[in-house]
Design a protein around this ligand. Structure first.
Ligand code: GLN
Length: 490
């Protein structure tokens, strides 16, 4: 089998067994990027030191020294996450020349496990979007159909895993940005519990919602990455001391007796027929695996998009105030301080980001705060309460990740609201802080991947990953790759 067909856990095993050298592994993926990324545009930058690091790991192995649990495994990192000495742009002109002097905590953890960061992946500017079309570096293309979007905002990470330009990647999810692109690109994407993975070094979008997580082909690979990146971090004030349960050890536990809730009210008009069919088929598979399927209600989920699109822009308007032409890289000159600010922010931010800053500033302004932010926060509380009630009756909640498969590039250009509404199934998990995973469960007639979402109780990523892994043990959707030219050869 060629390397592109191997899952990360197998690559790690081969590296450990001495059957594969880290340098060969890294070179293989660098070559694939070189050949195919012009057409996909998954990467914003490629590491100049990856091969050197691989050589050092090979040397250490040869010398019989201990190495980390991911030693030699190439990994791609979303460009909104700081990697010391490497450009970190968040997909924005504002940070085009920004090179952070420090590593995000998750990067530090991956490096101490001896994983090799191969490059930084494309994203919607400051993670605002669902298509990766809002990137200063041009859109990423969906490897399944290059005239379609890969989803967003972690579209580069999803596309690079789907086309095997890297075995695994890291993304971030504020309202669906790991799960929705995972769904559009036919891979597995996990948004962990709020507070379970440190966000130190993540360029902030909406701090009460942002979460970093793995984007991989399989649930098992996600569990492997979680074992490295999750855990308390004193440098992130929202990091939780409550730890997620070990994700790897329980993967093979059968699903007998697990209770899975389905909220039929959510299967409404906006849901594509083909997606609904695949979700129903997958539900039958879970039944065969021993799960008990129960109907549940999430009465306030219909208000989730409205609440999210108040809260997220409010927090963004505050977080992005720091890009003033003084503290970070981009500055457009002006005759006085105010003009310099105006020019810098006018030229440095793209339209979607400006729109959100304006919306957020308006909603937070005196006299409007109660009507918008406070009201949205109350809705958020009720959404959380719905989940608390539901999780008394069930262990997991199942549904579609997105209402449709990947849409065409440019399809929503004139109508941002249509794009916002497509976040209907993903934003609730962020508002409630609970973990959620998207797993590939089929394809549309025209060959586009369809994803299923499972949501779970806070800090019970182990149950989500176990259910996803059990599903993947008996299905092959996660193993299906896009067609030529980046097809995985076996
Ligand atoms: N699509 C959502 C938005 O545009 C979510 C983005 C994200 O999760 N970063 O805000």
């Amino acid at each position: 089998m060629t390397l592109s067909a191997l899952n990360a856990d197998v690559i790690v095993d081969q590296l450990n067994a001495g059957e594969l050298k880290a340098t060969d592994c890294v070179q293989y993926f660098l070559d694939r990027i070189q050949t195919h990324d012009a057409e996909i545009n998954a990467f914003v930058s490629i590491s100049q030191t990856a091969l050197e690091q691989a050589e050092a790991i090979d040397q250490r192995r040869k010398a019989g020294q201990t190495v980390g649990c991911l030693a030699g495994l190439p990994i791609a990192i979303k460009d909104g996450i700081c990697v010391s000495g490497q450009p970190t742009t968040a997909g924005s002109k504002m940070l085009e020349k920004f090179t952070p002097p420090y590593d995000a905590t998750i990067v530090e953890r991956l490096k101490s496990a001896d994983a090799i960061i191969i490059g930084k992946t494309n994203m919607d500017e400051f993670a605002m979007g669902s298509s990766t079309e809002n990137s200063f570096f041009g859109p990423t293309h969906n490897p399944w159909a290059t005239d379609r979007v890969p989803g967003g905002s972690s579209g580069g990470s999803a596309a690079c895993v789907a086309s095997r330009l890297a075995p695994v990647a890291i993304g971030s999810d504020t309202g669906g940005s790991i799960r929705q692109p995972a769904s559009f690109c036919g891979i597995t994407g996990l948004k962990p519990t709020y507070g379970s993975v440190s966000r130190y070094g993540l360029i902030a979008f909406a701090s009460s919602l942002d979460q970093i997580g793995p984007m991989t082909r399989t649930a098992k690979e996600s569990a492997l990455l979680m074992s490295v990146i999750a855990g308390f971090d004193p440098r992130d004030s929202t990091s939780s001391k409550a730890q997620i349960t070990d994700c790897l050890s329980g993967l093979e536990t059968p699903l007998n007796g697990i209770r899975i809730g389905v909220c039929r009210n959510q299967f409404n008009d906006g849901l594509d027929q083909e997606v609904e069919t695949k979700i129903n088929d997958a539900t039958s598979v879970f039944k065969l695996l021993g799960a008990e399927i129960k109907e549940i209600e999430l009465p306030h989920s219909q208000y989730a998009v409205a609440a999210y699109y108040v809260i997220a822009p409010c927090e963004a308007s505050s977080n992005l105030a720091r890009y003033d032409g003084v503290r970070y890289t981009f500055r457009a000159p002006g005759n006085d301080l105010e003009e310099m600010y105006r020019n810098t922010r006018g030229q440095g931010f793209g339209n979607e980001v400006k729109q959100r800053i304006m919306l957020g500033t308006y909603a937070l302004s005196s006299g409007y705060y109660e009507a918008y932010y406070l009201k949205a926060s109350k809705v958020r509380r009720m959404i959380k309460q719905d989940y608390d009630d539901a999780f008394q009756k069930v262990d997991l909640i199942l549904g579609p990740t997105t209402p449709t498969p990947a849409f065409k590039l440019g399809e929503h250009a004139e109508d941002p609201l249509a794009m916002y509404l497509a976040d209907v199934y993903t934003v609730s998990a962020n508002l409630a802080g609970i973990p959620a995973i998207s797993v590939p469960v089929g394809q549309s007639k025209n060959g586009l991947p369809i994803g299923l979402q499972l949501q779970g109780r806070a800090f019970e990523e182990n149950t989500l990953l176990r259910a996803a892994h059990q599903f993947q043990n008996v299905t092959l959707w996660h193993d299906t790759s896009p067609s030529q030219p980046w097809r995985t050869q076996t």
